[in-house]
Structure formats: C-alpha cells, structure tokens
Design a protein around this ligand. Structure first.
Ligand SMILES: [Zn+2]
Length: 50
C-alpha cells in the first residue's frame, strides 16, 4: 500500500486518508493534499506515487 510521510506529525498516512483539496490557479486546477491528523500540507504526494 502506498503511504506518504507527514513532516508535520511524523505519521505515515495512506493515500485514501489524505484530505484532498482542489484549488484554482491561473494555469488551471491543482489538487493539494493535507494530513488528516495535523493538517500539514503534504507536498510530495506526486513523488511518492511515482
Ligand atoms: Zn501530519
């Protein structure tokens, strides 16, 4: 199972546990993810999915 490491609280979080947030940008839409425990932004999700 793919998990990402949260730098905020040190937990390993499963992808389906992340809070997804879609934000509008000038270039289109961007999906950001946040830790459900400490609400820290998780910025390296794409890298971890590779
Ligand atoms: Zn966290």
């Amino acid at each position: 199972m793919t998990k990402v490491h949260c730098a905020g609280c040190g937990r390993d979080i499963a992808m389906h546990e992340l809070e997804a947030k879609t934000v509008a940008r000038s270039s289109g839409f961007d999906t950001r993810y946040r830790c459900p425990f400490c609400h820290e932004d998780v910025n390296d999700v794409a890298d971890n999915l590779a």
